[in-house]
Write a protein that binds this ligand. Structure first.
Ligand code: UD1
Length: 350
């Protein structure tokens, strides 16, 4: 049984579900916690990525971390007691990942964790707490990179439980990345203008709940917008907090549309984990608005630079530097060969 609930998990699961259908001995059922519930954050991904409608949708979105994680654990537990799956499959680092793996492990159902071993070493991030706990109660760890594997080994996780498969997000970018259907007029119009633009996304709690940081980010984006348009698909988390006429605020995008935006942008500014990599997959430089990242190889190779949003001037300087440092970037095969989902499905079926 796959347990998911947030936008990036729909993307990752679509690749693994597809692969699971091609291997024998495996039947997958899907439980959606309801963590992301706006149509633009959930339904659109099921439609465009070909994910089958989940057998269960708990409809648990909103509330504090404790409230929504607690309610999810309760709902997931009763489904697991009825369904008795052989394995539970979870993705990434969200509250749905935590709730799914806690409910399963207490029922002695083994958990397989996709995107295991990532660490920011910042325990103020709810996602970091989720990752550490989930990894330590999972039976099989599917890691995307060398560094993720090393992190697990350093924490004493048995090497025999780790399978370094590569990154399913890379599989998805190869599979869907070139497709062009599904774009809305907001993106079509923008791209047809053929002008350089910057693409921004902000949703992390550390940036959206600290008003000073959010102000710094908006101020820096407004300054960048004096040189080129800044397009920002706004996450529902901050829908009510952003008020500016200088930026091009748009609704959250579907996956295919987002890939198209990244591909056509000159630079990406983000605090998302997934977008940092997608920028690299499309060979676009990225400025990450955080003090640390889980995807260190992109910083080491010059594709990504970190700036904690404590000062708007530093963000603007960093964007200038990144747009003029093309010659310094090195391309590596850090995320596998695009067959991570096949490898995961084959391990699960065995
Ligand atoms: C969550 C994950 C994060 C992941 C991100 C992807 C956790 C702790 N964080 O962050 O790891 O990178 O998803 O997008 O699980 N909301 C809506 N409509 C929606 C979804 C959310 O209005 O469709 C509201 C919620 O009610 C809440 C806020 O937005 O008030 C934040 O949602 P939440 O699920 O906590 O986390 P994300 O910021 O999306």
């Amino acid at each position: 049984m796959t347990i998911l609930g947030a936008r990036p998990q729909f993307i990752k699961a679509s690749m693994v579900s597809r692969a699971l259908k091609t291997v024998g001995h495996t039947q997958e059922k899907v439980l959606h916690t309801g963590q992301h519930y706006d149509p633009s954050m959930s339904d659109i991904f099921f439609e465009e990525l070909g994910l089958e409608a989940p057998q269960y949708n708990l409809g648990i979105g909103g509330g504090t971390h404790g409230q929504n994680t607690g309610r999810m654990i309760e709902g997931i537990e009763s489904v697991l007691i009825n369904e008795k799956p052989d394995w539970v499959l979870v993705y990434g680092d969200t509250n749905s990942t935590l709730a799914g793996s806690l409910a399963a492990s207490k029922l002695s159902i083994p958990v397989a964790h996709v995107e295991s071993g990532l660490r920011s070493f910042n325990r103020k991030m709810p996602e970091e707490i989720n990752r550490v706990i989930v990894d330590h109660i999972s039976s099989v760890h599917f890691t995307p990179t060398d560094l993720a594997t090393k992190n697990l080994v350093r924490e004493g996780i048995d090497h025999s439980s780790i399978r370094q498969t590569g990154d399913v997000m890379y599989d998805a970018a190869l599979f869907f990345g070139g497709q062009s259907d599904g774009e809305t007029s907001q993106v079509r119009d923008l791209i047809s203008e053929k002008k350089p633009f910057a693409l921004a996304t902000i949703h992390r709690q550390e940036n959206t709940e600290d008003i000073k940081k959010l102000e710094n980010i908006i101020k820096s984006l407004e300054e960048i917008a004096e040189g080129m348009p800044v397009v920002w698909p706004v996450h529902p988390r901050i829908r009510g907090k952003v008020c500016t006429l200088k930026l091009r605020l748009i609704d959250p995008c579907g996956y295919i549309e987002m890939q198209k935006l990244i591909r056509h942008s000159k630079i990406v500014l983000t605090d998302s984990g997934g977008l940092q990599k997608e920028a690299f997959f499309h060979r676009v430089p990225c400025v990450t608005l955080r003090g640390e990242t889980e995807w260190v190889e992109l910083v080491d190779s010059g594709w990504n630079e970190l700036v904690a949003p404590c000062n708007s001037g530093k963000i603007v300087d960093c964007v200038g530097r990144m747009m003029n440092s093309e010659h310094k970037r090195e391309v590596g095969h850090w995320y596998g060969k695009g067959d991570a989902a096949d490898k995961i499905a084959s391990v699960l079926s065995r």
